[in-house]
Design a protein around this ligand. Structure first.
Ligand code: ZN
Length: 297
């Protein structure tokens, strides 16, 4: 997204606030105090924009994040995240302050809090919940979703691809694999997802060992038409398959095995670029960095 697009999409504080709320609670707002999402409604309170009927308390979308107690508007925060994510080390507080129309001192504090959000983000492993799935690319296959079930999961002439989609950050990772078996699936997940994370798959037997490897494994049974059971769904990774197949059908008549990994990287990059801002926003939660902490000797 370029700056013009960003400015059009988030023209004011309210639009930017809604964006932050969506990043923090992708599956619906939950109360910060009691964790319940059942009776949470928007409130008219000046700074506390949510009301939880379960524990009868107000909370703000900023609470418990690096934005807590900041006087800067949501749009200023979003623009700062954007500017810094374009060049994480290259924006001085003077320049950031000028871009945003705030003092250098204020920009300095702002910049540090956003970098703080990055601090733990160097870990390349997904923290989840992560959706895992496999697909087959190439040839013709109408009604793939059911066909996958009925044809023994290894249609001849098609190349298998495994994918992981982090539901929290939106990032995806794809790999063209030689075959889909238990060892391949275990290796794929272990190299991308942090142990202990929630992982969701369908009921294919190849995912059987994930629980024993230390992941919290949830399954969704596609065969019975059960596409979403509680939190266990694989809707996101299926959206990625749709992208991969659209680029295959739309752009390339034949995606050879040899080049399949490149198409996977291309789709990966397209999805991940769009989610890099979200990734930073997710890192903002659960952290504080007060001005007094920064300036302490
Ligand atoms: Zn509550």
């Amino acid at each position: 997204m370029n700056l013009i697009e960003l400015a059009r999409k988030y023209p004011d504080d309210e639009a930017a606030r809604r964006w932050f709320v969506e990043q923090r609670w992708p599956d619906g707002v939950r109360c910060i105090d009691c964790g319940s999402g059942e009776r949470v409604v928007e409130s008219k309170h000046q700074s506390m924009d949510w009301w939880c009927g379960s524990c009868r308390s107000y909370f703000s979308w900023r609470k418990g994040s690096v934005m807590e107690s900041s006087k800067l508007g949501a749009q200023t925060w979003l623009l700062a995240v954007y500017l810094l994510s374009q060049s994480p080390k290259g924006v001085s507080s003077v320049s950031l302050g000028r871009h945003l129309g705030i003092t250098q001192k204020s920009a300095w504090h702002l910049g540090h809090r956003i970098r703080q959000a990055w601090a733990d983000g160097d870990d390349p492993l997904m923290v989840g919940p992560v959706e895992i799935d496999e697909t087959y690319v190439g040839g013709k296959n109408k009604n793939r979703h059911r066909g996958k079930k009925g044809s023994g999961r290894g249609p001849s002439g098609k190349a298998p691809v495994m994918g992981a989609a982090d539901r929290h950050t939106g990032s995806v990772s794809l790999e063209a694999v030689g075959s889909v078996d238990g060892a391949t699936a275990a290796g794929f997940v272990s190299s991308r997802v942090r142990r202990g994370a929630d992982v969701f798959t369908d009921e294919a037997p190849v995912y059987g060992p994930l629980g024993r490897l230390g992941f919290r494994h949830g399954r969704v049974a596609h065969g019975r038409g059960e596409y979403r059971r509680g939190l266990a769904s694989t809707n996101r990774i299926e959206g990625v398959w749709a992208l991969l197949k659209r680029s295959y059908i739309g752009t390339y008549h034949w995606m050879s095995d040899k080049h399949l990994h490149r198409y996977c990287s291309e789709v990966e990059a397209r999805v991940n670029e769009a989610t890099s801002l979200r990734w930073v926003a997710c890192g903002m939660v659960g952290k504080r960095l007060r001005y007094t902490d920064l300036t302490a000797p």
